[in-house]
Design a protein around this ligand. Sequence first.
Ligand code: DLL
Length: 438
Amino acid sequence: MYFWNYEAECMHPDELRALRDWRLVKTVRHAYENVPCYRRKFDEIGLRPEHIRGVADLPKIPFTTKDDFRENYPFGMFAVPMDQVVRVHASSGTTGKSTVVGYTRNDIALWAELMARTLGAGGTTKGDVVQNAYGYGLFTGGLGAHYGAEKIGASVVPISGGNTKRQIQIMQDFGSTVLCCTPSYAVLLGETAREMGVDVRRLPLRVAFLGAEPWTESMRREIEESLGIDALDIYGLSEVIGPGVSYECMEKAGLHINEDHFIAEIIDPETGEVLPPGTKGELVFTTLTKEALPLLRYRTRDLTYLEPEPCKCGRTFVRMHRVMGRTDDMLIVRGVNVFPSQIESVLMEIEETEPHYLIVVDREKGALDTLEVWVEVSPQIVSDEVRSLETVEQKIASELHSALGISVKVKLVEPKTIARSEGKAKRVVDRRDLYNGS
Ligand code: DLL
């Protein structure tokens, strides 16, 4: 039998409502009493925790953003002392400081449960061999999927990302039945297998749980066809818990949100006003049970809409449409979140360059994303024979690599060659077109 928590995932809407009301009251009290940032936000507008009596009162609460994490770096958003924190992960911040998240032992158990639901919705059982090619480390993908698969009792192969030919070899030798990775990596695995003369469609692989970056229905078709599997979309973000926030079932008709642990709202990104179901806007999350890092109305910057109609699968949790865009300029390159402002702050520290740059992101068919940064060099450098351009290029590439965690190709260009703009500078050219066709 595959993992399916009927009691939770198919809970009657009335029961769910009552549970969420009660859990929200508790979370608000916990956040207010233990996180100075929340207390300050409440106090500033004269809001008291006791004014929040249930989900209907949610719009009274101020939003939380990535800036709050930056201002309280590294552990200031935590609501428990560090001796109760058993794990820390991190994701990109908009500039030098990353967004740091923490988990208590109960939070880790919850995360495993939510990832077990996610993998269970695609039919994962303890008989499966799960090839987990999400990166292990500060990124939440690797350990998140790992704990979920272990909770189910499947055999986990913690291969992490990269080493693509070896992935294919292991897939053959170990008879992997479940794959966890980013959708672009699934495409690359398919291409590489073909180059190696391996027909994955003849292997036992059955289903893949793909997320951490935007993808399209046409990518789904391509992956399903080339690997001979079902490809399911899974969504999450570190601040909320990591992967396990929402997940597709075999209906492939939107992602069920784990509503017994998270409240999702859709807001107008300009006005902050809550929008009715079915209207596209920015997704906002409130956590209901997290201990180390309770989140109140966290703005994800992801654009989507909610689909309240019941799903054919029987789960009562509301579904979100696949992510349709971002309200900010965050890029996801090879599964890694990159803010142009991170690149800019690295370039500003380098004396040989001018403050004019262009970020070019591309994806060749069946290959990983490329991130290229074009930078204008200062006029002195062009005439300076001592410092070779190549050395400067290498220096910038290595600084960017250490700031972003992924390799970057740097191309130095002559002064005044990057187009100047009269309004908002266009700093990014993304040729991948990832939110199209969604
Ligand atoms: O990407 C967590 C995750 C790991 C999700 C593995 C799924 C699988 P962060 O690194 O904090 O967390 O990045 C969160 O990634 O706000 C979205 O913009 C984007 N994202 C995550 N999943 C999807 C998806 C992980 N299925 C940010 N579709 C989010 C589109 C996604 N975008």
